[in-house]
Ligand binder design. Sequence first.
Ligand SMILES: Nc1ncnc2c1ncn2[C@@H]1O[C@H](COP(=O)(O)OP(=O)(O)O)[C@@H](O)[C@H]1O
Ligand SMILES: [Mg+2]
Length: 423
Amino acid sequence: MTAAPGASSLSLDHLTRRFATHTAVDELSLEVSPGEMVVLLGPSGCGKTTTLRMIAGFIAPHAGDIRLDGSSIVALPPHRRDMGIVFQSYALFPHLSVARNIAFGLEMRRAGTAATNARVTEMLRLVRLDAFATRLPRHLSGGQQQRVALARALAIHPRVLLLDEPLSNLDAALRQDMAREIRLLQRGRGITTIMVTHDQTEAMALADRLVVMHDGKVQQIGPPEALHLRPANPFVARFIGGSNVVQGRIDAGTRLVLADGPALALAAAYHGAGHCATGHVAASHAIAAATLAVRPDSIRLAEPGRREARTEGTVELCTWLGATLEHVVRLSPGVAILARGPGLGPDAAPRHAAGTRVSLHWSASDEFLFDAGDRPVAADAPHFTAAHVPPPDFTSPPFTPPSCTPPNCTPPNYTRPTSPRPT
Ligand SMILES: Nc1ncnc2c1ncn2[C@@H]1O[C@H](COP(=O)(O)OP(=O)(O)O)[C@@H](O)[C@H]1O
Ligand SMILES: [Mg+2]
């Protein structure tokens, strides 16, 4: 992240907006650094556009504050906030040429003819539309219209750039090209940017930091990799990385018993279930409601009967997608698991036909357990897998537990692993 000289910081402080009795945005707080690109990500209706419209000044918050470089802007009308906005529909003026569309904000600000023309030329070059200056928007492709909208937003030297689903009207190939273009432009100019999308891949590709939203509430904020590797709750696990999410009850700290029968052998042990998030340490053999999340790409399939298997199931669907190979494996009438492996090359995952029994495998670092309140549960000793590692020999030199500790967690006292594991 390289901030342009004079780039602005933006601060949202407990921003809240209701529509009738529905709270569309619920106490959203966020600090955006100068030159940073933050992406609001969440399903349709979670409050992304409402947040952007409050920042732009089109709707007023019911509570909370918005500060630009430390000064509150909630009382300012949109045109005095110096924000460049690209709407989902682009909202180009259909009767104005490309050049006039780009010039619009400058003319409104009475920038002067010479300065306006110079800036329009610069913007046309920036978005590679020099040859299209006199065209009307309806004679442009979707991608070109998108670039005009971006040029129009950037022309006014905005302090913050706001992008609402800027790629959603483009086809898949163009979307990837435009995502790269936006990122290069944003990075090159070091402009503070907030983008909104429901598309996880797009968000991961563009964001310095992601804000995952659900039902108007922030679920987790952090760099894409951090959210991918350490989701804060089952919703984030499902939304980032498309994790399989199953609910059950923890048995003896080592098994997750699903509601409709089958049990999964967990890759790590959780005798201190709840230790991290709730501050209480459950009894060693406590049974507690829990949710398990495992990303499809973390799951390997093998023939049944393997001792180190997490569980077994029946392949329902095998789909080869070129670079990846996907299997849907049914564990029970109510639970199906998606597994994804490489589809090509020397590491290509083996194919299992529909109807085949398979065992499912994943490692401790790929499994995320959450308590009944959807808070992360720390494993006794991450990366130690009773099923993978033979029980330690306590008669010879003393066994040293692995030292790896998850951030923000004090591991509970190391508990001798229970074995053998159920298979
Ligand atoms: N002008 C409005 N009047 C009533 N409800 C609205 C209005 N704008 C948004 N909402 C509601 O607020 C919620 C959030 O909407 P929105 O911010 O547009 O979601 P997103 O952009 O994440 O899809 C939705 O339930 C939506 O129906
Ligand atoms: Mg929206």
